[in-house]
Ligand binder design. Structure first.
Ligand SMILES: *Cc1c(COP(=O)(O)O)cnc(C)c1O
Length: 431
């Protein structure tokens, strides 16, 4: 069994979205990012439908741009009636270029520069999610210059530890993000926001972490946030219109990750939150969430060509591929798990234990350690699954390696959504 229903096997070759990946590798070359357009849409609809069913008509899922940002994706998000969250002028610019309506865009980050703030307001960003008081003041100043009242949510740290990997856990009090309830800073920033002339406070935001396969952390965060909203109402007379619960649902990278029902989890969350809001005698705010990974993660696959296959007697074996940490830095950063296949030989027995490594001058340039493959030969296509999130968006030009193209698969059609970088692109900005 494969870890996702868009993966398969035909005639000894791996398939993705019903397509023989070795043929796609031949057509476009490797390394190659593939994206399954229908899976992206299907994932959007899981959120859209569950939100409508459990939280009501006006609840809105926002695609977290940082998971994957390029023009075609914003067109798809427009068609799927998703909002988006953005964290830089670059992501805003990309969305604008794709015709995305920024009314449904929420601007994050823990340190928006003056340039970012001015750029976002000039482009008519729907909402800022302000991280701290300094930033809020800067937004107030800039909105004042432009003569507008800017919609703002405040990023609150609810003090939840979602038990995921440290580097991707963000809801704890000791975090570079947000203003903590526990320290009184959340109350303080709310007070200040309500006093600012050019700020329209619309509600609150929290984001507790990533790659979460339980409802419980969202539960806890949702309930803590409702308590906070009730407390603010009692103390300051302000009732939040919006509550954004951030992103974080997990995707399956390997067999050992559970199959998780996001719709069911959202249903449970909504039930608990509605009960809580009723008990606190507050209105249920408009609910937002910001899924990134769970929208595009399993819609992506990366293809490489095997080069050197090195067997070190008494030690481990290495399969070197024609990509690596420049196109997927996640193992180097977080020791992330991935499932790897020899896509050219799915009809043969596995049994070759090896590490799949990149071609950079860096011993940490590893895609995955200790995988069990059908023994590759030079020229075989190696597929790494579930690379749709945080691969292309985290790619670099380390060792002056160009970023691979992103090719979209849509039924029988395949098309380039992002061109691969050429050698000319590599020197484009060198004077
Ligand atoms: C990273 C992030 C997300 C998306 O998280 P996923 O785990 O990819 O769903 C959403 N909101 C904020 C504020 C984030 O930092």
């Amino acid at each position: 069994m494969f870890i996702c229903d868009n993966i398969g096997e035909k005639g000894g070759h791996l398939t993705f979205a019903g397509r023989d990946v070795t043929l796609l590798a031949k057509k476009y070359g490797t390394p190659l990012y593939l994206m399954d357009e229908n899976k992206i849409r299907e994932n959007c609809r899981i959120y859209k439908n569950a939100f409508k069913k459990y939280f009501g008509e006006n609840a809105l899922p926002l695609f977290a741009s940082k998971a994957a940002s390029f023009k075609r994706l914003y067109e798809i998000m427009t068609e799927e009636k998703m909002g988006t969250d953005v964290v830089s002028a670059g992501e805003i610019y990309t969305a604008v270029k794709a015709g995305f309506d920024l009314k449904n865009a929420y601007f994050h980050s823990n340190n928006k520069t003056d340039f970012d703030i001015e750029f976002a307001i000039s482009n008519g960003i729907g909402y800022f999610v302000a991280d701290n008081i300094e930033e809020l003041s800067a937004i107030d100043r800039e909105a004042g210059k432009k003569g507008i009242k800017q919609n703002v949510l405040l990023r609150i740290t609810p003090g939840i530890d979602p038990h995921t990997f440290e580097a991707i856990s963000t809801g704890k009090v000791d975090s570079k993000f947000g203003s903590a309830i526990e320290t009184g800073q959340a109350l303080e920033i709310t007070k200040q926001a309500l006093g600012m002339e050019n700020i329209k406070l619309c509600g609150f935001h929290c984001h507790i972490g990533s790659q979460i396969f339980e409802t419980e952390p969202f539960f806890k965060a949702g309930l803590v946030m409702l308590d906070f909203i009730a407390d603010i109402k009692a103390k300051l007379g302000f009732e939040a219109e919006q509550l954004n619960l951030g992103g974080g649902y997990g995707v399956r990278y390997t067999e050992s990750d559970p199959v998780f029902d996001i719709e069911k989890s959202i249903g449970e969350l909504a039930k608990a939150m509605k009960e809580k809001a009723a008990a606190l005698k507050i209105n249920m705010p408009k609910i937002l969430m910001e899924p990134g990974r769970s929208i595009v993660g399993n819609a992506g696959m990366t293809l490489y060509t095997a080069g050197t296959v090195k067997i070190i007697p008494g030690f481990k074996s290495y399969v070197s591929i024609d990509g690596g940490m420049p196109d997927n830095p996640r193992y180097a950063l977080y020791k992330s798990d991935y499932t790897v296949y020899n896509a050219s030989k799915t009809d043969k027995e596995v049994g070759f234990e090896c590490s799949v490594v990149g071609r950079c001058c860096e011993s940490g340039d590893i895609i995955q350690e200790n995988v069990n493959l059908v023994k590759p030969e030079r020229g075989d296509i190696i597929a790494v699954l579930t690379t749709g999130a945080y691969n292309y968006s985290m790619a670099s030009n380390y060792n002056r390696i160009g970023k691979p193209p992103v090719v979209m698969l849509d039924g029988e059609k395949d098309y380039i959504a992002v061109k691969g970088e050429t050698l000319e692109d590599i020197v484009r900005n060198d004077i």
